[in-house]
Design a protein around this ligand. Structure first.
Ligand code: NAD
Length: 496
């Protein structure tokens, strides 16, 4: 059975300890991945530190050319990488290609490096004195990423970090680790010098070694909220700059004036796409006033039409969950919701797919009459479960969402511009869709939620990504004429 190695300084490195990697559609072990700890992290930091010495001095045009070549390779290998992701994650190949596309857009943003990194210049701020500023890379930076987007979430980080002159260590999820090595190979083919991009596989031991290593300047994290809090606390205590994106509970509000068929179609795709394992998945629909009954009728029809199966089979809408434990957790949550008083309109539990009886499948579940005190509402289920809450007004819906500890994404379905404007101004959520169910920002904006969905103060990619991976310098310059006599004052300098 194949054992996936680390990637340090442009070469494969193995360690003895390994973990199994499953095919979620069959439930079978299909590979092993090495599990690194402090020694492997230290080796990667040494390599990345040495590489930084020359990479930081590479020209903007050299970095841009490598990013262009990397972008083309991502495009050329999209199908192959999509199949690798589908086999380890379970999502459909088309969905995996979608995440590669959204990740590639960050590379395209990074290709505009020359424009993005331009500083400012102020002429004659004082007599004979000019001021300019520019930004420089931090050094060695690391990214720790979740299982649900094994290509896209790391691509939110490393193209920006590398294009701005840093060297990078990626610690991907141990559940679907192959995409990281595939990307490492593409970077090498694109001409990236060895040591600029490294991959360390592993779990908590590898993460802890990254968070405490004195040679790492900054840590980017995306994953669940408890781990995001832990990463933020630990890495900042060790003097690092940290961006830490956490979990989510995303609400879609449907007003009676919305096109209910349109809303139900998009909410169904947003709830059950990728088996609900998206940080921007719609997990709660809030039906306002008399929208509720008709909306639930259409959602029921749509949920029953979702085609569940292996991710590599054409026609599949939704694949399995990532692990057996995730399958059990989601099905138990549906059982508990029913026991706590929710109406189980569509029951996805116990689904068996012919020929894939040991796969980690569960069908779409639809829960009506959910209330905010139920566990199914309070917890991030991260599975294909849509909960429906019924309220009387838009203001009540806004109050529900604002009281929720998470604030990643939200959507409003309406035909009223006034309602849309009120919603987007008053809602305490970072990413908002108006008649758009999964409002993931384009790469030239930044991605990040509010409240427990983002710990600290650094959204990811776009302009915030540039800011995160660089630090500013301001230079005040005077070139006096040799004959010019300028007296030095003992008072604090002021301009005149
Ligand atoms: P996770 O928090 O379990 O794991 C994320 C990373 O942390 C992995 O690399 C993992 O190896 C590591 N890790 C896990 N437990 C750890 C521990 N105890 N100590 C140190 N490191 C640890 O998340 P996951 O299950 O892989 O991914 C799903 C979660 O990620 C969901 O909560 C989802 O909402 C969130 N997510 C958020 C965003 C966002 O942009 N806000 C995007 C994608 C996923």
């Amino acid at each position: 059975m194949n054992t996936l190695p680390h990637w340090i300084n442009g070469a494969e490195v193995t360690t003895e300890t390994t973990a199994p990697v499953f095919n979620p559609a069959t439930g079978a072990e299909q590979a092993h991945v090495v599990l690194g700890a402090a020694p492997e992290v230290d080796a990667a930091v040494q390599a990345a530190t040495a590489a930084f010495e020359t990479w930081q001095d590479s020209s903007l045009s050299q970095r841009t050319q490598i990013m262009f070549a990397f972008r083309q390779l991502l495009l050329d290998h999209e199908e192959e990488l999509g199949r690798i992701i589908s086999a380890e994650h379970g999502k459909t190949v088309d969905d995996a290609r979608g995440e590669i596309t959204r990740g590639r857009e960050v590379v395209e943003y990074a290709c505009g490096l020359g424009d993005i990194l331009k500083g400012s210049f102020s002429d004659q701020v004082s007599r004979g004195i000019d001021v300019h500023n520019f930004r420089q890379p931090l050094g060695v930076v690391a990214g720790i990423t979740p299982f649900n987007f094994p290509a896209m979430v790391p691509l939110w980080m490393h193209p920006i970090a590398i294009a701005t002159g840093n060297t990078f260590i990626l610690k991907p999820s141990e559940r679907d680790p192959s995409a990281a090595n595939f990307i490492a190979d593409l970077y090498q083919k694109a001409g990236l010098p060895d040591g600029v991009f490294n991959v360390i596989h592993g779990g908590k031991d590898a993460v802890d070694a990254i968070l405490t290593h004195p040679g790492i300047e900054a840590v980017s994290f995306v994953g669940s909220t408890p781990i995001a809090k832990y990463v933020h606390e630990t890495a900042t205590a060790h003097g690092k700059r940290v961006q830490a994106l956490g979990g989510a509970k995303n609400h879609a509000v449907v007003l009676p004036d919305a096109d209910l068929e349109f809303a139900a179609n998009h909410i169904t795709a947003g709830a059950y796409g990728s088996a609900g394992e998206r940080c921007m998945a719609v997990s709660v629909a809030i039906a306002v006033g008399d929208a509720a009954d008709h909306l639930v009728d259409i959602l029921t029809l749509k949920a029953n039409e979702v085609n569940v199966g292996p991710g590599n089979t054409p026609g599949t809408d939704m694949g399995p969950l990532i692990t057996k434990a995730a399958q059990e957790r989601v099905e138990n949550a549906v059982t508990t919701a029913h026991a706590q008083g929710a109406t189980l309109v569509v029951d996805g539990r116990g689904l068996k797919i012919e020929g894939h009886e040991n796969g980690f499948f569960t069908g779409p579940s639809l829960l009506d009459h959910v209330t905010t005190d139920m566990d199914a509402y309070k917890e991030e289920l991260f599975g294909p479960v849509l909960a429906i809450l019924r309220v009387d007004s838009l203001d009540e819906a806004i109050a529900v969402i604002n009281a929720n500890p998470y604030g990643n994404g939200t959507a409003l379905f309406t035909s009223s511009g006034e309602a849309a404007r009120r919603f987007q101004r008053r809602i305490k959520v970072g990413m908002i869709g108006i008649n758009v169910p999964v409002p993931v920002p384009m790469s030239y904006y930044s991605f990040g939620g509010w409240k427990d969905s983002l710990i600290g103060d650094h959204p990811i990619h776009g302009p915030e990504g540039i800011r995160f991976y660089t630090r500013p310098k301001v230079v005040t310059t005077r070139w006096p004429q040799p004959t010019q006599h300028i007296t030095a004052g003992f008072t604090f300098p002021t301009s005149n």
